[in-house]
Design a protein around this ligand. Structure first.
Ligand code: GLA
Length: 372
């Protein structure tokens, strides 16, 4: 869990903003809700490496006191610090890439106290992804400082198949955009709405687990979606065990955005120690039911309405035993009684003896926790 500069700021980052964001993570309660990493994405560097040493150089105008200064500041607030680079010759925004400098750059990250590296995939023509991400992984392990490794190769070579020993999270898709469904025209390319990304995640659940996560990209909560869309996007990212990397301006988020991002009971579903990604149990007429086994025999249950009009749900717990063949767990509401807790209204919602009836608003969710 953390915050990353890209979704709101792209290359418009600087020392003052980053320090303010660090302060906002503390004052807003984001840090205490679990958002520990502050990650600078693309465009933190100068356009050239140091001509004498070949080291990466922080942009001297944006970051006049360098990266160790920022890193120390973030650490002084009880958080961890992350940086970005790219496996290719240049980053996506045209700054010096790491190709051929893997060990040297890893030493640079360690020297500034970085705890996290996001490693992108632009300008990699002719490069073997498994080879280069493995090399960077080895370099980070040798660097002398623990560094979480975030693979950002957009799912191109199916990293879920090979990246568990290489890194801690891997992007499963191309970039997210601030739309709920469909795609967003970005000029020469298109970004994906949250629901569009969600559609390709269910088949990947077997690959995700503690220490090696599918990453369906960062959060767009607070970046222009409606309140219900923010809630639905966040709930689903929690259900599918996505790394929760906020991407909004924390210095001026609305109360509603704050309350969504810091809902502890919803976050607890995401952070559950079993680390079993939710499965799509039901899908009809744009109403989906996703379920997720939780520790202690609990389950999360999320009704997702992808329509622009409200839909009723009437779920009869006594009609079936749900089997998750992957985790080999059964939700037996035929014979066992579970209590229901609505995680967004934060209220008890009866138990599984009676059918659950609710109205799911347009582009919204009803999210329950079942416990005994
Ligand atoms: C790629 C990544 C994004 C972001 C940008 C930065 O598009 O997928 O998440 O890091 O590059 O240029």
């Amino acid at each position: 869990m953390g915050w990353n500069s890209w979704n709101t700021f792209q290359g418009n980052i600087n020392e003052k903003m980053v320090m303010e964001m660090t302060d906002a993570m503390v004052s807003s309660g984001m840090r205490d809700a679990g958002y520990i990493y502050l990650v600078l994405d693309d465009a933190w560097m100068a356009k050239e490496r140091d001509p004498n040493t070949g080291d990466l150089v922080p942009d001297p105008v944006k970051f006049p006191r360098g990266m160790k200064f920022i890193s120390d500041y973030v650490h002084s607030k009880g958080m961890k610090f992350g940086l970005y680079n790219c496996a290719g010759t240049l980053t996506c925004a045209g700054y010096p890439g790491t190709r051929g400098y893997e060990y040297q750059d890893a030493r640079f990250y360690a020297s500034v106290g970085a705890d996290y590296l996001k490693f992108d995939w632009c300008n990699t023509e002719g490069i073997n992804s498994i080879e280069v991400y493995t090399t960077m992984s080895k370099a980070l392990k040798k660097a002398g400082h623990p560094i979480l490794f975030s693979l950002c190769e957009w799912g191109t070579s199916k990293p879920w198949r090979w990246a568990a020993p290489v890194g801690h999270l891997w992007r499963t898709t191309e970039d997210i955009g601030n739309v709920f469904d469909g795609t967003k025209n970005m000029g020469s390319w298109s970004s994906n709405g949250a629901m569009t990304i969600l559609d390709s995640q269910d088949t990947l659940r077997a690959y995700s687990g503690p220490g090696h996560w599918n990453d369906p990209d960062m959060l767009e909560v607070g970046n222009g979606l409606s309140e219900s869309e923010n809630r639905a996007h966040f709930s689903m990212w929690c259900m599918i065990d996505a790394p929760l990397i906020a991407g909004n301006d924390l210095r001026k988020m609305s109360v509603s955005t704050h309350d969504i991002l810091t809902n502890k009971e919803v976050i607890a579903v995401n952070q559950d120690s079993l680390g079993i990604q939710a499965l799509k149990y039901f899908s009809k007429d744009s109403l989906e039911i996703w379920i997720k086994p939780l520790s202690g025999g609990d389950w999360a249950f999320c009704f997702l309405n992808r329509k622009t009009t409200a839909q009723p749900v009437n779920f009869n717990w006594n009609a079936q035993v749900i089997t998750d063949t992957l985790s080999k767990r059964n939700l037996d509401t035929k014979t066992l009684v579970y209590k229901l807790r609505n995680l967004w209204t934060k209220k008890e919602a009866g138990d599984t003896k009676k059918p659950f009836q609710a109205r799911v608003g347009p582009h919204d969710v009803v999210m329950l926790r079942l416990g005994r």
